[in-house]
Write a protein that binds this ligand. Structure first.
Ligand SMILES: Cc1ncc(COP(=O)(O)O)c(C=O)c1O
Length: 358
């Protein structure tokens, strides 16, 4: 289906006032945003407008009751100057699963792509081209009913804005497996990318930061021993040549796009990969036996982030040196080359947006 958009272009681009050598992450916003309003069962008033503030009613229900979901993906330019987006089909699929769980309306896939393509074409000069830099894309949806009471909202806003970001070279991280706090449990919302999942992590992360760890390694909420995920990354451990990652079966883990990419590549390379329950005791035993070869997080921000050490109760399991970890290094190189459009896209993972209409 072809949607009709109103496009109201800015008359005062902010591009010239931004220094692309000082981008950092999430602080600079491109000139335009896409906005759509859901009312009476349909997405209406589709428009691209200058990035700016939104009017808000004090009783807007998402603020009080948390019907709010989001996604995160990245665009780059390839050597031909075409805009390329890595696996956006996975993001819209996940967004619609989050929407269903949070009693929110789905975004039609054609609408998502059309909004994304038009917005990126219009703001293509905001896609930074420095080594490792990219344009972070943030689609999100929230309930806008002006109402006090807990029920499915009848009105929503869907917005996409973009933000040029610096290269993210992740230093190896120290993670702490916490049995004091729980992120998700079967039947909960762990698989959904919904605001509350992130809010509940802030205070526990601050606590472990004070103890010298950067991220929490979440354990399951029932036995408090099975690994779930780390911050905004899925976890992989390599024990005695086998790559192991928690399975998605219980609905407690976000099904990461990078996770799926890692599993696909490992299978193609003939490296054994198991999606199953893995306990912190198994990790501890492997460490004791000298067969804990690697551990890393996988996510859009850093792609692959090696883990330096895993803390648990009063112990710390230290991982081998960075350079000795052949598999995580190979994954990082391979996925980066695909995302940058530097190797042939044999999986059909890149959406190529032409810039011709701009
Ligand atoms: C909780 C959580 N787990 C895992 C991930 C990794 O997912 P992806 O690879 O799609 O970025 C993210 C990032 O979106 C996340 O927020």
């Amino acid at each position: 289906m072809n949607y009709q958009f109103k496009v109201n272009k800015t008359t005062a681009s902010r591009l010239a006032s931004e220094d692309f050598n000082q981008l950092g992450f999430g602080k600079v916003f491109s000139d335009h945003m896409f906005v759509a309003d859901y009312d009476n069962g349909a997405w209406k008033d589709l428009r691209i407008e200058p990035f700016g503030y939104l009017p808000m009613h004090p009783a807007m229900s998402s603020i009080h009751y948390g019907q709010s979901i989001f996604e995160g993906l990245k665009a780059r330019k390839n050597e031909k100057g075409e805009i390329i987006i890595f696996r956006p089909d996975k993001n819209i699929e996940r967004m619609n699963k989050s929407a269903l769980r949070m009693a929110m309306p789905e975004i039609p896939i054609d609408l998502f792509y059309q909004a994304l393509d038009e917005l990126l074409q219009l703001d293509h000069t905001w896609i930074p081209t420095g080594d490792g830099q990219s344009l972070y894309i943030r689609p999100y949806m929230f309930a806008t009913d002006e109402f006090i009471g807990i029920r499915r909202s009848s009105k929503y806003k869907f917005i996409i804005f973009t933000s040029p970001v610096a290269a993210y070279y992740s230093e190896p991280v120290k993670v702490y497996a916490s049995d004091d706090y729980v992120r998700a449990f079967p039947g909960g919302t762990g698989f959904a990318k919904t605001a509350g999942n992130y809010a509940r992590a802030i205070q526990p992360v601050e606590e472990i930061n004070k103890r010298g760890y950067q991220q929490i390694l979440w354990l399951d909420g029932i036995d408090k021993k099975y690994l779930q995920e780390i911050g905004t990354m899925n976890i992989f451990v390599i024990i005695d040549g086998k790559v192991i990652t928690p399975s998605l079966d219980e609905g407690t883990i976000l099904p990461g796009v990078t996770r799926d990419t890692v599993i696909t590549l490992l299978k193609e390379w003939g490296i054994p990969v198991e999606e199953r329950r893995i306990s912190i005791d198994e990790v501890a035993d492997a460490h004791k036996a000298g067969v804990l070869e690697d551990a890393f997080g996988a996510g859009t921000a850093a792609t692959i982030s090696q883990i330096k050490a895993i803390g648990y109760k009063d112990k710390e399991f230290t991982l081998p040196a960075f350079e000795e970890r052949e598999i995580s290094m190979r994954l990082l190189e391979a996925i980066t080359a695909i995302k940058d459009g530097k190797v042939q896209d044999t999986h059909g993972w890149l959406r190529v947006v032409s810039r011709v209409s701009v």
